[in-house]
Write a protein that binds this ligand. Structure first.
Ligand code: BGC
Length: 447
């Protein structure tokens, strides 16, 4: 079991986990790690000697909800079959902010896990800092260059080397709706943003909480990604949230997006502040709320609760975003671990990208495979739609990285974005004019 503890300099000196001195990434690393928490994560058994390969995988992740834990079990079982023990390093907190703080502290202390769950630009940051391993040999043997979509390779390959194994592709522009509540209020699929507002009004009139949301900055920003895509269209989303084009960021369309956010936020219940995303999903599952706007990890919760699409729940693209996919992908970032831990790392990477795992895991997780050659036959209707949508968006040039989910811009910019959206939601920023001004300023400062 892993524990949080203060690590002394002597612990670090004696540790066989100390990283090799950083070379070209050194200055960057100092800057990158400057905000690391003082507490560091350390492993029990730290410093013990191993003569042969260590048959154990340590994994840092934030998959602690019911659906997430069920999905992770698929991996644990696959690795157990190959004789690898699992050392779990869970750091609760949807979206992974807390996990990434813990990871920073571990890396600062030189105590790398075998792998860590990471999102796009974070992988690149660690790769640039020179602390990632190199899976290129395995990637070549396994043919990942051909099976993993280019959009993911942009984040899993750094400087020609494979540094991460993509686990899945999630997308954020979804509505998750309780079917019996929908039937009760006589609702139909909303095709436009205004339709959605009308639907929320119906739920309100029927005494049901219209919108299930957790008032945490990453959830609010994840929803806002969809609103921006719906309000401005695909070109606008790309320019504003992937290219960070200043004209788009300060445009009237961005103001209108904030106005739309102000409209939709009126439909949450008074207790939404701080609520975890999976509790918001549970409100929809139980029929206490009509809809949640969330990435398809929400579907993992429906699956864990044995609910079926089109019978118990409905999955629609956020109105006005059909044809586009705003994605993120969980990656297992692979650190430059000592030689006796490399075999376990390779086993983990191979298991992660095997076709059977890609199907079994993603069926449970709510995401879709990170390979283009996995059959959709075991996926439910929402999963099949997710796979087809991803293919079409990839081919049609309408696949965009989620800014809220680490695929639009580096973490400092994403954090600035989440902060502004959250201040707007919670009333610290009062108008959409002010929100736009602060967004441009915050992104500028973070660049
Ligand atoms: C991850 C998902 C996870 C979700 C909620 C996202 O950032 O990509 O895998 O389920 O956060 O924790």
């Amino acid at each position: 079991m892993w524990c949080l503890a203060a690590l002394t300099a002597e612990d670090i000196r004696r540790s066989r986990w100390v990283s090799p001195p950083l070379t070209n990434g050194r200055i960057f690393m100092r800057k990158f790690l400057s905000s690391a928490a003082l507490a560091v994560v350390m492993m029990a058994g730290f410093g013990s000697a191993h003569a042969a390969d260590v048959k154990e995988v340590q994994m840092l992740h934030w998959w602690t909800s019911g659906g997430e834990a069920a999905a992770l079990n698929v991996l644990k079982q696959d690795l157990a079959k190959e004789g690898f023990a699992w050392k779990d390093v869970p750091v609760a907190g949807g979206g992974g902010d807390a996990a990434m703080t813990a990871l920073k502290a571990m890396v600062a202390a030189g105590t790398y896990p075998t792998a860590s769950q990471m999102l796009g630009y974070t992988v690149l940051d660690y790769a640039q800092a020179g602390v990632m391993g190199d899976l290129t040999e395995t990637a070549k043997k396994e043919g990942w260059d051909k099976s993993v979509p280019a959009a993911l390779q942009k984040f899993s390959v750094y400087d020609g080397k494979w540094v991460a194994a993509p686990v899945n592709v999630h997308s954020v522009n979804w509505l998750w709706i309780n079917k019996s509540v929908m039937d009760k209020i006589g609702g139909t699929q909303p095709k436009t943003f205004d339709d959605l507002i009308a639907l929320l009004d119906k739920a309100k009139a029927a005494g049901v909480i219209p919108l299930a949301l957790g008032g945490q900055n990453w959830q609010e920003a994840t929803m806002f990604d969809s609103i921006v895509l719906s309000t401005g269209g695909p070109e606008f989303y790309k320019k504003a949230f992937n290219d960070l084009d200043e004209e788009s960021l300060k445009s009237d369309t961005m103001k209108k997006s904030f106005d739309n956010l102000a409209k939709i936020i009126k439909y949450v219940d008074p207790n939404f502040s701080g609520r975890d995303w999976n509790l918001a999903t549970a409100m929809v599952i139980k029929g206490d709320a009509l809809v949640q706007v969330m990435g398809d990890w929400a579907k993992g919760e429906f699956v864990a609760a044995k609910k079926k699409p089109n019978t118990d729940f409905l999955c629609y693209r956020f109105p006005g975003t059909d044809g586009s996919v705003v994605y993120n992908s969980d990656m297992f970032g692979m650190f430059n671990v000592p030689d006796d831990r490399k075999a376990a790392q390779v086993a983990l990477a191979k298991a992660t990208l095997s076709k059977s795992f890609q199907s079994a895991f993603n069926v449970v997780k709510g995401s879709v495979p990170a390979r283009t050659d996995v059959s959709d036959k075991d996926f439910d209707a929402c999963g099949k739609k997710g796979i087809a949508d991803l293919k079409a968006a990839n081919e049609g040039g309408t696949l965009f990285g989620s800014l809220a989910q680490g695929y639009g811009a580096p973490p400092a910019i994403a954090n600035a974005y989440k902060d502004v959206v959250s201040k707007f939601v919670h009333g610290q920023i009062k108008t959409s004019d002010e929100a736009v001004t602060q967004l441009v300023q915050a992104i500028d400062d973070a660049r």
